[in-house]
Design a binder for this molecule. Structure first.
Ligand SMILES: [Zn+2]
Length: 161
């Protein structure tokens, strides 16, 4: 005799066929997901961490949604990576997810051409546009204590004419 297990749907209140944005935030992240996505329906989920319970809630939310859903994950990098892996298992494509790590910090990039600094959240090795002279700078992880900024260098040295 099998005891009937209640289909415990974790109160996500998601209608079958939901097409919209699911915003899942983790940890102390609060309000980072407040990006407006037009008139699309939006579902907010908040979890303390990417615990097995949280992930199964997320899975059931994604499981009852259909093609066209987008997922916005915010919080500590480890949690949102774990959640993204679960979403991928549920069939979400990489481009249907947005990951907002709250450990991303602004870094100042020093421009050797005009001596100004430009703030960026991009990691070292990426390109930023200098706010001072519009040179495209490649960022480095070389921090100058004297300048109080990371050094940048001109990205396209060979650019001609
Ligand atoms: Zn510059």
């Amino acid at each position: 005799m099998s005891s009937v297990s209640m289909p415990h749907v974790a109160g996500t209140g998601l209608e079958p066929g939901f097409r919209g944005v699911i915003c899942a935030s983790f940890g102390a992240a609060d309000g980072t997901a407040e990006r407006h996505s037009g008139s699309q329906p939006k579902l907010d989920l908040h979890f303390d961490s990417a615990s097995p319970e949280a992930l199964s809630d997320l899975r059931s939310a994604l499981g009852s949604s259909r093609v066209g859903v987008r997922l916005l994950l915010s919080g500590p990098t480890a949690d949102i990576r774990t959640a993204a892996a679960v979403a991928a298992e549920c069939g979400l494509e990489q481009e249907e997810m947005t990951l907002l790590s709250d450990e991303t910090t602004l870094r100042a990039i020093y421009c050797p051409h005009c001596n100004s600094t430009t703030a960026t959240v991009e990691p070292a090795g990426s390109e930023v546009l200098c706010g001072g002279c519009s040179t495209i700078l490649t960022t480095t992880d070389h921090f100058s204590r004297r300048l109080g900024a990371y050094l940048g260098y001109r990205a396209h040295v060979e650019e001609a004419s």
